[in-house]
Write a protein that binds this ligand. Structure first.
Ligand SMILES: NC(=O)c1ccc[n+]([C@@H]2O[C@H](COP(=O)([O-])OP(=O)(O)OC[C@H]3O[C@@H](n4cnc5c(N)ncnc54)[C@H](O)[C@@H]3O)[C@@H](O)[C@H]2O)c1
Length: 254
């Protein structure tokens, strides 16, 4: 028996596709038949992801926080493919690991520029093509959009904004496209490691982080988030829009 691929013939754009969760998403969508455009601020990282895809895709350099860079990258994909069915706004940064008093203004602004404004800019640039294709946007927010956390002054507010952008766009474009977001708990990626001080015992610290995720008492793997993004991208989620889907192994349940 042949099982139909869920994204056969569709074109997807994944931002921040050069590492971590974005790389896993690009690979997973391509395994389901999608042509994936891998956008990243780091061109070598994006190219490395393209080499892993099941369906030949394309790499494009893009800083999601820069309007001109976004416009150029999206135009390249639309000209080459003539359509965009799925946009995954995954690119993000951890930002300053500081409470408010010691968070510099430029660190605050840069975090919001990438994590929130980048999601807006990419979504706006892709909207005409997404509407034509009756497509879907999946934003990668965070469980930290929903609960407070220490020493993450800029990150949580930016991700809370992504949840609100998701809901507002879901209403504005209902009947034309679906807009959802996934809210992961802690995921084992280069970003998570970058938040640890240089002196930290990485494995011991990650084991501690695992304990606050009751379901498996471990960190998530990027591939587990990619499966959720695939679901929200596909027709399996035809009834779902405006959702902030927790994929946090129970981190926020208590
Ligand atoms: N790792 C976690 O624990 C975790 C938890 C919840 C949510 N998230 C979110 O998941 C997403 C991916 O995180 P990750 O952990 O895989 O990060 P990562 O740092 O491992 O990978 C992020 C990728 O985004 C790229 N990038 C950074 N700034 C960019 C920009 N301005 N324009 C385009 N590309 C840019 C980087 O080059 C990198 O390839 C982020 O939005 C993050 O906030 C991560």
């Amino acid at each position: 028996m042949t099982i139909a691929q869920r994204l056969a013939g569709r074109t997807a754009i994944v931002t921040g596709a050069g590492a971590g969760i974005g790389r896993a998403i690009a690979v997973r969508l391509s395994q389901e038949g999608a042509f994936v455009a891998c956008l990243d601020i780091d061109p070598a990282a994006a190219a490395a992801t393209v080499a892993l895809l099941a369906v030949p895709g394309v790499a494009a350099t893009c800083n999601v926080a820069d309007e001109a860079s976004v416009a150029a990258a999206v135009a390249t994909v639309v000209e080459a493919r003539g359509r965009v069915d799925v946009l995954v706004n995954n690119a993000g940064i951890a930002g300053p690991q500081e409470p408010a008093l010691s968070t510099p203004l430029d660190g605050w602004q840069h975090t919001l520029a990438v994590n929130l404004t980048g999601t807006f800019l990419m979504s706006r640039a892709c909207l005409p093509a997404l509407i034509e294709a009756e497509g879907a946007i999946v934003n990668v927010a965070s469980a930290l959009a929903l609960v407070g956390w220490t020493d993450e002054c800029a990150y949580g507010p930016g991700k809370a904004g992504v949840v609100q952008l998701t809901k507002g766009m879901a209403m504005d474009y209902a009947g034309r496209i679906r807009v959802n977001c996934v809210c992961p708990g802690a995921v084992r990626t280069p970003m998570l490691e970058s938040t640890l001080p240089p002196s930290a015992d990485v494995e011991a610290t990650f084991a501690e982080y695992g304990k606050i995720h009751p379901l498996h008492q471990r960190l998530a793997w990027p591939e587990e988030i990619a499966d959720v993004v695939l679901f929200l991208s596909s027709d399996d989620a035809s009834l779902i829009t405006g959702a902030a889907l927790l994929a946090d192994a129970g981190f926020t349940a208590g």
